[in-house]
Design a protein around this ligand. Structure first.
Ligand SMILES: Cc1cc2nc3c(=O)[nH]c(=O)nc-3n(C[C@H](O)[C@H](O)[C@H](O)COP(=O)(O)OP(=O)(O)OC[C@H]3O[C@@H](n4cnc5c(N)ncnc54)[C@H](O)[C@@H]3O)c2cc1C
Length: 313
């Protein structure tokens, strides 16, 4: 690995599909970029198993293997890596200053690709069965549950949207919600309530996930919060739809965010309000949240950087 320098033309924070695609393009534009990988090198796909919807892998590929390939490809053209977390950034003047551990690194241009984190319950069994029946993405994993009975946990718009979508594959979808009514907008509520394949389990939470990685999820252990009764609901899959949190703490008060904390970029570009600072991937996209869209916007960010540096110098 190349020695880490004090000053880079392009620094990229985050090593998911967006950050590593930005690195590949920036490296091939001869910027020898630095990627600061964070505590999850490879990003969200490293917590899943089969990825079957990324073009170019007709047989599918395991998430961690795919991200290894992304990393290797960017490295081949001269990307350097630091596997640590950025603790603060100073974007008041260019070159920008990025603090990583004890290092202070300057960047002529910065690409933010810190992604988002799917909110989960944090149970050990949930981690163990992620990609083996537990999922956080209906678009990604719905196909695996054709002809099966599944559950969705949540009560907001995304939970309703995912439950509806999943009825295209599943024979039955049980929507588990801790309250007695949905938080979703009226239109989403109406859609899900009038879907004959959706059943509701009101006033319930998930206590545990039952199964093993080798055999998959067998059931979710649910608790009726009103009666205290705990029992197993037999399902082949469960989709956690309790929200996403964009990883934007570093930029709060510095860059513009929407009401849920996602970075705002100029429409049709990856430019933020600070010239020289760009954002790509899930950190600025609460709509699509896919590897291919994250990679696409990573490519856009690198091209935007190239133009910016070309004009600035
Ligand atoms: C369980 C699961 C399964 C999925 N399956 C699929 C699928 O099959 N197909 C599909 O297309 N999509 C899938 N997705 C969605 C996909 O993973 C995301 O859309 C994609 O990873 C977003 O890429 P990203 O590069 O924007 O961010 P992320 O992948 O979220 O990566 C963010 C990166 O930022 C880094 N970071 C964060 N904070 C800091 C910091 N302070 N300093 C340094 N680095 C930092 C992290 O370490 C990480 O490397 C899945 C998601 C999940 C959760």
């Amino acid at each position: 690995m190349a020695d880490i320098q004090d000053h880079y033309r392009v620094v990229i924070i985050g090593s998911g599909p967006a950050g590593l695609t930005a690195a590949l393009y920036a490296a091939r534009a001869n910027f020898a970029p630095l990627v600061i990988e964070g505590v999850q090198p490879g990003g969200q796909l490293t917590i899943t198993t089969d990825v079957e919807n990324y073009p170019g892998f007709p047989e599918g590929i395991m998430g961690p293997d795919m991200m290894d390939k992304f990393r290797e490809q960017a490295e081949r053209f001269g990307t350097s890596y630091i596997t640590d977390e950025v603790s603060s950034v100073d974007l008041n003047e260019r070159p920008f200053t990025i603090k990583v551990g004890k290092r202070s690194i300057k960047a002529d241009a910065l690409i933010i690709a810190t992604g988002a984190t799917a909110k989960l319950l944090g149970l050990e069994s949930e981690k163990l069965l992620m990609g083996h029946g537990v999922s956080a993405c209906a678009t990604c994993d719905g196909w695996f549950f054709r002809g099966k009975e599944i559950a969705v946990m949540g009560g907001g718009d995304s939970a309703c949207e995912e439950a509806n979508y999943l009825t295209k594959f599943a024979t039955k979808v049980t929507l588990i919600h801790r309250r007695g009514e949905l938080r979703a907008s009226k239109i989403m509520q109406h859609r899900v309530e009038s879907n004959p394949k959706v059943e509701f389990l009101w006033h319930h939470t998930i206590e545990d996930f039952v199964g093993a990685p080798e055999t998959g999820l067998e059931a979710v252990r649910v608790k009726n919060v009103q009666t205290g009764e705990v029992y197993d609901l037999k399902v082949a899959g469960v989709f956690m739809a309790i929200g996403h949190k964009p990883n934007t703490e570093l930029f709060m008060g510095v860059l513009d965010t929407d009401e849920t904390g996602y970075l705002i970029t100029e429409p049709g570009s990856t430019r933020t309000k600070i010239p020289g600072v760009f954002a790509c991937g899930d950190v600025q996209d609460h709509i699509y949240r896919q590897a291919v869209t994250a990679a696409g916007s990573g490519c856009m960010a690198a091209i935007d950087v190239e133009r910016f540096l070309g004009e600035a110098e």
